[in-house]
Design a protein around this ligand. Structure first.
Ligand code: HEM
Length: 222
């Protein structure tokens, strides 16, 4: 604003709101969902910790270089994206010209909104879509299926095309680092707390879906 008089308070507020809404709330929502599911599925949490113990020594912090080795952990993160699907719909787009798609004609200037929720639960794509199954992203050798695998192509958590999420790489790397750093050192359990519903359809609807509350016990691992 100091250098360019055309940049106004409105622009600055817009950028801050974008980063807060598009960046913070979405990433926080994924992490809320992730740790909530770890409490619903303690055996999944244990398997991640086991993988971390095998692949990373306890006195070394996990880093992005460890990412290709942590197949199970990566599969769980992907399944959390699919299962909670907290960014229910995409950002509205406008058809720039008349389009033909299957039996539909979409006139120019129509608003197009992707329904991520339905896509993440489409039973013609996902086997048993209402179950939390990280193994669906692993092959028979327990390795993460490659990015061009049918299921990973169908999981468009961050949208698709030139207007897809600009924060995708930032979000994916931060989520990996949070998850691995925390589970390497701590175990999450409900203790005496009541957990919010596992089903994200019963969470609060804000800019994204988020659990109403999340209280838990965090214990240092021995
Ligand atoms: C788990 C975290 C995140 C999820 C699930 C997510 C998801 C999405 C989705 C579905 C879209 C719409 C894409 C489309 O319409 O095709 C989007 C757009 C966007 N995201 Fe993210 N996002 C996340 C994190 C972030 C972060 C960390 C930032 C920035 C720091 C960010 C900034 C944006 C912006 C600016 C757009 C609009 C892009 C455009 O219209 O060109 N997002 N995001």
């Amino acid at each position: 604003m100091e250098k360019d008089p055309e940049i106004t308070n409105d622009h600055a507020e817009g950028v801050v709101t974008d980063v807060l809404v598009a960046g913070f709330i979405t990433t926080k929502g994924t992490l809320n969902g992730f740790f909530l599911l770890m409490m619903y599925y303690p055996e999944v949490q244990r398997k991640i910790q086991q993988e971390l113990d095998e692949k990373i020594e306890r006195d070394r912090h996990p880093s992005l270089d460890d990412r290709p080795e942590l197949h199970y952990t990566n599969a769980v993160i992907l399944e959390v994206f699919r299962y909670i699907r907290h960014t229910v719909i995409g950002v509205p787009h406008l058809a720039s010209k008349d389009l033909e798609f299957e039996e539909y004609t979409i006139p120019a200037h129509s608003m197009i909104i992707l329904n991520h929720w339905v896509m993440a639960r489409d039973d013609s794509v996902w086997d048993d879509p209402y179950s939390f199954k990280p193994e669906r992203f692993l092959d028979e050798d327990g390795k993460l299926v490659s990015v061009d695998h049918r299921l990973r192509q169908q999981l468009i958590t961050f949208g698709i095309g030139i207007r897809s999420c600009v924060g995708e790489s930032f979000a994916r790397t931060r989520i990996f680092l949070y998850v691995t750093s925390l589970l390497q050192k701590f175990t999450f359990s409900p203790g005496d707390n009541v957990l919010p519903p596992e089903d994200s359809a019963r969470w609060m609807t804000k800019a994204v879906l988020c659990p109403q509350f999340l209280n838990c016990v965090v214990e240092k691992r021995k």
